[in-house]
Design a protein. Structure first.
Length: 171
């Protein structure tokens, strides 16, 4: 396959600084809580593993897997591929997501969890894209705001590739 050029948008250093800052805020807010971190697969795996290694707070970890993208286009349908396995009753849930684009994915997952007897629900998102949001939802911990560009790296992919880049770039 021909290699495409990637322009660095957010450097490895900038990301690591932000991860530390976010983890500190989360630690402060979850001191007396029963934290369950839910990572949205597959994109948030790198961000999530960096965040949890900075946390001083005890937590348990689970995953939810959804799919919505094909090539560079968001499809309208969200497909739930794997749901949370943990008992979420009474838990203080923090969803960790890579990117907030149209908002469909996060809203879908939030609505799914809000139907259960959880104690609280917050979201931590690495990148907010300036896109017209079809489903607006609050982000409690946000890393970066970017323009409407398709990005890869640090967990984010283009058709399954580039997830391992230590920085975020534009294809
Ligand atoms: P939303 O449902 O439109 O908010 O889309 C969120 C999901 O689409 C994210 O979890 C990503 O997996 C994917 N996505 C959105 N924008 C990008 C991008 O620029 N690069 C890679 N994946 C993206
Ligand atoms: Mg994602």
């Amino acid at each position: 396959m021909k290699k495409q050029k990637i322009k660095v948008l957010i450097s490895q250093e900038e990301i690591q600084k932000k991860v530390c800052k976010l983890a500190k805020q989360i630690d402060k807010d979850y001191k007396q809580k029963d934290l369950l971190v839910i990572s949205v697969l597959s994109g948030s795996i790198v961000f999530c593993s960096d965040i949890i290694r900075q946390l001083k707070t005890d937590f348990s970890l689970d995953f939810v897997r959804v799919a919505s993208y094909k090539d560079k286009q968001s499809t309208n349908k969200i497909e739930l591929i794997a749901s949370v396995k943990a008992d979420v009753t009474g838990k203080d849930i923090l969803i960790i997501e890579d990117i907030y684009d149209t908002g469909k994915t996060l809203s879908y997952i939030k609505n799914m969890l809000l139907k259960k007897k959880i104690k609280s629900l917050k979201t931590c998102v690495l990148v907010n894209k300036k896109t017209k949001k079809s489903n607006k939802t609050d982000i409690d911990y946000l890393g970066f705001n970017i323009e409407n560009e398709f990005i890869v790296g640090y967990g984010l992919d283009y058709n399954g590739k580039y997830r391992g880049l230590p920085y975020i770039g534009i294809l």
